[in-house]
Design a protein around this ligand. Structure first.
Ligand SMILES: *[C@@H]1O[C@H](CO)[C@@H](O)[C@H](O)[C@H]1NC(C)=O
Ligand SMILES: *[C@@H]1O[C@H](CO)[C@@H](O)[C@H](O)[C@H]1NC(C)=O
Ligand SMILES: *[C@@H]1O[C@H](CO)[C@@H](O)[C@H](O)[C@H]1NC(C)=O
Ligand SMILES: *[C@@H]1O[C@H](CO)[C@@H](O)[C@H](O)[C@H]1NC(C)=O
Length: 735
């Protein structure tokens, strides 16, 4: 059905108001994996952490909710398996949506692009200099993969828009997150801390989307925890704990649909754990629905000081806890490392934190009853945070005015965190001859007295807000946005809010809505923070946490009153939402796309030894060999660089079972926990490369004859790129 016909059908069929809980809902999902070789990963800012294969493909998952009726307002929310949102990406996605036939339907006002904060995805897609130093500049391939995938997932959601309804649920998830800077948290006023049982937020909020026959079509949840379960030695692309949870939940749902499966009754029950194998992406079509698979997304929230490394931080391999106030061992930060619940195996830690989120989401999904009712609305503006005047009101009612400052990062920024200590080591970067760093180091600036005073007590390491060579090092104009879907209020922030900063923001907005909303808002109003949305500006701590200058305080860019600035500006948006009044658009953020420098060398060419073709097995499995669940099968293929063809919405790996007619059917691929694709060159300048496909045979595997296949593309000296594939010998899997 074409869009205009579809739209007309909707407006005729649906004149019901959203007061009855009827909305138009649409979901979409698209691959954003990007280049799986050579590109520095975004997050730890470790120059040696470059992509070299895939554990789990990355996706952009979107929902659109619209008021039913001809010109009902709508909100589009995109949960993307990237480290963060990016202004450059937002601008590009919006312009592509405009160029399609959507006109003004989608704009910066009603689109939210929120990163899950995985530290295991290819980087180079932010437009400000500081965030592309370790990726030696901009990486167009990463950028394009994200733009195209986000765009495609929104288009899918748009095309899928149909009558439906939404349920909301929330609940506590314990044991999946801890505070990694408790000494800063402790500097918050004691009366304020007393209001909370924990020093991180434990609440998960979930939306369950239903079609008009009340069949579930998807679920999106918010819960704060860094996606740093995979540590900075990881080179396989992964969505970390949230990306894995999403694959698991989609597989769980698909599996549940297979009525003949005897384990269905167990799924989601307390004590149940997702085994690796349940992730067969045999996407079932929903009964009564034409095209869309079930989509599950796990979104980020106020995770600024929140770690998934729940065992705590210890000195190297010892059982000695790090020094509490500074996270050091013998006065140094490098040896102080956080441990996940699967320590020392970070895959195990990732899986455990993913499963905890998955189980809570399934529980909330199953028990969801509260209907989402009310209007869809949104208010958005851009704020220049460099010299924002902020009026503070003391408890006794007296007011004072303070200002924010141009961006700067403090010394503790270079120390990193217990999730990735000492990550940003500029001196090391320099001696290693990072070409991008050499170009930009001339820009290093000594901050003047006004800036030093404004940022006090932060000792300024890099005065990013006042550095503009070769272009801006840090953002100054940032988007802030409130979206309403009935009783759910989503606050999109372009930053990582600490636990307490997030609580203050949620409270300020809720109080304002209730005070100004003339009964529209009340105790049922839920406010969630969508972190890392639309742009990125590092951290936001409370004024009190800022005084302690841990990593999060040192990375709070606009000075001690950054949070107060957000509270003031969000209150204005909340008033506008409550009164449905217009909001000034504010200054425009710059579009720096044309200025980007890209220094990552392209793939020159791929070769194989004489007599060997791309896709031939280098190390094969023994023909007819027999394996059992729990065994690992590994095959090494001669391959080309994965950057030649990203195989978007396809796969580099495939584990196939032989059918009765002799044909092969793929059961597991790049999207499955049990399969890893590892890529490497024998030496950094070699034109040869190997793909290792590693399959850990899951417990629930089907017995049969299997083979492992690899897909790729090779580049010739003259630049032409040719696809190839190859398969291993066949082998037996017995139970
Ligand atoms: C997962 O595997 C374990 C054995 O490793 C088994 O006991 C359990 O039943 C499996 N779970 C499911 C859901 O199949
Ligand atoms: C941490 O610092 C605070 C404030 O300076 C101090 O009171 C406390 O004793 C320190 N804690 C430890 C464990 O050193
Ligand atoms: C990272 O994880 C790997 C694999 O689980 C482990 O061997 C390594 O010690 C960890 N490194 C750090 C710095 O935590
Ligand atoms: C009100 O509180 C502020 C900050 O705590 C203080 O500086 C000021 O003196 C107080 N003013 C009055 C009139 O009590």
């Amino acid at each position: 059905m074409g869009a205009p016909v579809f739209a007309a059908a909707i407006s005729i069929a649906l004149l019901a108001a959203s007061a009855s809980g009827d909305f138009l809902v649409g979901l979409g999902s698209y691959d954003v994996t990007g280049p799986a070789a050579d590109v520095n990963m975004m997050g730890y800012a470790d120059p040696s952490q470059n992509a070299a294969g895939i554990h789990l493909r990355l996706r952009a998952r979107s929902f659109i909710v619209a008021e039913s009726g001809a010109d009902g307002r709508r909100v589009a929310f995109v949960n993307v398996d990237s480290c963060m949102g990016s202004q450059a990406i937002t601008l590009k996605v919006l312009s592509k949506l405009k160029d399609r036939r959507y006109g003004d339907t989608y704009s910066e006002k009603n689109v939210i692009i929120s990163g899950i904060h995985t530290h295991s995805g290819p980087g180079g897609y932010l437009q400000y200099v500081l965030y592309i130093v370790t990726s030696i500049g901009f990486v167009k391939q990463s950028f394009n993969a994200l733009v195209d995938g986000i765009f495609s997932s929104i288009v899918q959601a748009h095309e899928n828009l149909r009558p439906g309804s939404i349920l909301l649920n929330e609940g506590e998830l314990l044991d999946a997150n801890i505070n990694r800077s408790p000494s800063a948290y402790l500097n918050n006023p004691v009366e304020e801390r007393k209001r909370y049982k924990y020093n991180v937020d434990k609440n998960m909020v979930l939306l369950k989307f239903l079609d008009s026959k009340r069949a579930p079509i998807g679920a999106f949840s918010w819960f704060p925890v860094h996606c740093t379960s995979m540590n900075r030695t990881n080179e396989l692309i992964s969505g970390d704990n949230k990306g894995a949870a999403a694959h698991f939940m989609e597989a769980w749902f698909d599996k549940q649909l297979e009525q003949e499966d005897p384990t269905i009754e167990m799924l989601g029950k307390p004590g149940w754990t997702m085994n690796a194998s349940v992730t067969i992406r045999n996407r079932r079509r929903l009964v009564g629905d034409s095209s869309s698979p079930f989509i599950a997304a796990f979104s980020q929230s106020n995770e600024g000081d929140v770690s998934p490394n729940t065992l705590g931080a210890f000195c190297a391999d010892s059982t000695v806890a790090c020094e509490f106030n500074h996270s050091t061992c013998d006065g140094r930060n490098e040896q102080c490392i956080g441990r996940g619940p699967g320590y020392p195996d970070h895959f195990a830690s990732t899986k455990i934190i993913a499963q905890k989120q998955l189980q809570k989401a399934i529980e909330l999904f199953r028990s969801a009853k509260e209907q989402v009712v009310g209007r869809v609305n949104y208010k958005q503006t851009f704020v220049d945070f460099t010299r924002l005047k902020v009026t503070l009101t003391a408890a006794n009612g007296t007011t004072s005015t303070v200002t924010t400052c141009p961006a700067a990062v403090g010394f503790s920024f270079a120390a990193g965190t217990t999730d990735g200590p000492g990550a940003f080591d500029f001196t090391q970067g320099d001696t290693k001859g990072n070409a991008f760093w050499r170009i930009v180091r001339a820009a290093l600036k000594t901050p003047n007295k006004a800036q030093v005073d404004c940022q006090y007590p932060k000792p300024i390491l890099i005065d990013t807000g006042e550095m503009t060579f070769p272009y801006d090092w840090a953002p100054s104009v940032l988007p802030i946005q409130i979206s309403q879907i009935g009783q759910l209020i989503i606050l999109s922030v372009p930053a990582e809010f600490s636990t307490m900063a997030g609580r203050r923001l949620r409270d300020a907005v809720k109080e304002t809505l209730i005070a100004k909303g003339r009964g529209q808002f009340g105790p049922k109003t839920r406010v969630v923070i969508a972190g890392l949305s639309n742009d990125y500006s590092q951290y936001v701590t409370t004024f009190e946490e800022y005084q302690i200058q841990r990593y999060e305080g040192a990375s709070t860019l606009f000075g001690p009153h950054t949070l107060s600035g957000y509270l003031q500006e969000f209150r204005k948006l909340a008033i506008a939402l409550a009164e449905n009044s217009n909001v000034d658009s504010g200054p425009s953020p710059p579009d720096l796309l044309d200025k980007q420098l890209e220094l990552l060398p392209p793939v020159v060419m791929d070769t194989t030894p004489v007599g060997v073709d791309f896709g031939d097995a280098k190390n094969n499995v023994k023909r007819g060999a027999s394996y059992r669940p729990g065994d690992v099968v590994e095959v090494v293929f001669w391959t080309g660089c994965p950057r030649n063809d990203l195989l978007t919405e396809k796969s580099f790996s495939s584990v196939e079972i032989e059918q009765s007619d002799g044909s092969w059917r793929s059961l597991y691929d790049d999207n499955d926990w049990s399969v890893r694709f590892l890529w490497r060159r024998p030496s950094s300048l070699s034109s040869r490369s190997y793909a290792t496909i590693r399959w850990e045979i899951p417990q629930e595997v089907k017995a049969g004859t299997y083979r492992i296949s690899h897909f790729g593309a090779s580049k010739s000296l003259f630049g032409s790129v040719r696809p190839f594939s190859g398969s291993s010998n066949s082998f037996q899997v017995k139970l």
